[in-house]
Ligand binder design. Structure first.
Ligand SMILES: Nc1ncnc2c1ncn2[C@@H]1O[C@H](COP(=O)(O)OP(=O)(O)OP(=O)(O)O)[C@@H](O)[C@H]1O
Ligand SMILES: [Mg+2]
Length: 335
C-alpha cells in the first residue's frame, strides 16, 4: 500500500435541517457518518453513490472548506484542523478542486490570462513578468492554444471551459485534485476527451485524485480504487478490478461479490447484451426497493432497502471488513 495523501478518520458531518423552524423540525441531517477512507499517493480514488449521499460534503471537508462535526482529516500525515495560517496556505496550494459546472466556476469578467494568473499571484509562484509565459504553458498542458489568453469564459464551449478549470487547478502544482462530477455537465463525446486529459495529467504529474461521480461507467474507467457511499456511510471499498467484475449474487459467495447496495448500483447500469442482462437479473435485489424504515435505528444505512437484512443490521452498524485483498465490505450478512 502506498502512503496516503489525504486520510479521513471517523469523519462525521451533521447539518441541521435547513427547513426546520420549530423545535420539532430541527432534526439533524447526517451527511457523513464515521467515514474512514484515504486517498493514496498517485492514485485516482473514485467515489460513487446516489444523489445526496454525502460525496460533495466529503470533498468540502477534504479541502478544509467545511469542518467535520467529529473525526479528523489528515493531509500528508498532518491533521488539517491544526494548520496555522502559513501551513494552511501551503495546503490550499497543494490541494485543488475542479468543479462540476464549468459555466459558473470561471469569473465571466476576467480574461483567461487573468483567471490563470491569479493562483500564480496568490501563491507567488512566479514573477509578474513570467505570468504570460507560465499561463501559455498551462494552456498547452490542457490542450488549448495560447492564442486564447485574452478571451473571456463566455466565448468557450463547456469542454474548453473545463480545460481552463483544470489548467487553473494545475497552476499551483498541486499534489491532490478533488474533481466533483467534473464531466456530468458535458456532452458524452466531450466527457471522453476531458476524462482522457485527466488521466494523462494524473500520470504525467503523479497526482492524487478524489474523483466523484454518480456515473458508474466513468468511475469504472478512471479509478484505481472505488469507494461506495450510501446515505453518509461507506459501504464498500475495492480495487478497480473488483468493481469491474460482473456481480454475482452475494449469497453464492463466489470469488467476487459486493455489498448489496453496490450490487444494486451495478445492476442499474443498462447491459446491452440481452443474454448478459438476463444473467445479471438472476442476482437482482428486487425486494431491495421495499423500503422498510422500521428496520433501521442505528445500524447500516442501507438496511431499510436491503432484502438480505437481518435484525442485527438495523441496530448495529457493520464495520468495514476485508473480504479479499484490498476489498472491504461493511455488511453483517456478507462475510
Ligand atoms: N449546507 C448544508 N446545509 C444543510 N444540509 C446540507 C448542506 N450541504 C449538504 N447538505 C445535505 O447533506 C446531504 C449530503 O449532501 P451532498 O451535497 O454532500 O450530497 P452529494 O452526494 O454530493 O449529492 P449530489 O450527487 O446530488 O451532488 C444531503 O442530504 C444534503 O441535503
Ligand atoms: Mg455533490
Amino acid at each position: 500500500m502506498k502512503d496516503s495523501i489525504c486520510e479521513f478518520k471517523a469523519v462525521s458531518k451533521d447539518y441541521s435541517n435547513p427547513h426546520g423552524f420549530f423545535a420539532t423540525d430541527s432534526y439533524k441531517i447526517k451527511a457523513l457518518d464515521r467515514i474512514n477512507l484515504s486517498v493514496e499517493q498517485d492514485e485516482i480514488l473514485g467515489l460513487v453513490g446516489e444523489s445526496g449521499c454525502g460525496k460533495s460534503t466529503l470533498a468540502k471537508i477534504a479541502l478544509g472548506l467545511e469542518s467535520p462535526t467529529s473525526g479528523q482529516v489528515f493531509f500528508s500525515g498532518h491533521d488539517i484542523a491544526g494548520f496555522d495560517k502559513t501551513r494552511m496556505k501551503i495546503f490550499r496550494r497543494q490541494a485543488q478542486m475542479v468543479f462540476q459546472d464549468p459555466f459558473s466556476s470561471l469569473n465571466p469578467k476576467k480574461t483567461v490570462l487573468k483567471i490563470l494568473s491569479e493562483p500564480l499571484k496568490i501563491h507567488r509562484l512566479c514573477s509578474k513578468d513570467h505570468y504570460e509565459e507560465r499561463v501559455s504553458e498551462l494552456l498547452q498542458e490542457v490542450g488549448l492554444s495560447e492564442r486564447i489568453l485574452n478571451r473571456y469564459p463566455h466565448e468557450f464551449s463547456g469542454g474548453q471551459r473545463q480545460r481552463i478549470g483544470l489548467a487553473r487547478a494545475l497552476a499551483t502544482m498541486p499534489r491532490m485534485i478533488i474533481a466533483d462530477e467534473p464531466t456530468s455537465a458535458l456532452d458524452v463525446s466531450i466527457q471522453a476527451q476531458i476524462i482522457n486529459l485527466l488521466l494523462d495529467l494524473q500520470e504525467r504529474h503523479k497526482l492524487s485524485f478524489l474523483f466523484i461521480s454518480h456515473d458508474l461507467p466513468v468511475i469504472q474507467f478512471v479509478s484505481h480504487r472505488v469507494a461506495v457511499l450510501y446515505n453518509g456511510q461507506l459501504m464498500e471499498l475495492m480495487p478497480r478490478s473488483a468493481f469491474l467484475q460482473s456481480q454475482n449474487h452475494p449469497m453464492t459467495k463466489s470469488s467476487n461479490y459486493h455489498h448489496p447496495y453496490t450490487s444494486l448500483l451495478l445492476n442499474s447500469v443498462p447491459v446491452p447484451d440481452p443474454k448478459a442482462r438476463a444473467e445479471a437479473k438472476k442476482g437482482d435485489h428486487g425486494a431491495a426497493f421495499n423500503y422498510r424504515s422500521d428496520r433501521y435505528q442505528d445500524g447500516c444505512a442501507f438496511c431499510p432497502r436491503c432484502d438480505l437484512a437481518v435484525d442485527r443490521c438495523g441496530i448495529e452498524r457493520p464495520l468495514l471488513k476485508e473480504i479479499e485483498k484490498d476489498h472491504f465490505i461493511a455488511c453483517h450478512v456478507i462475510t
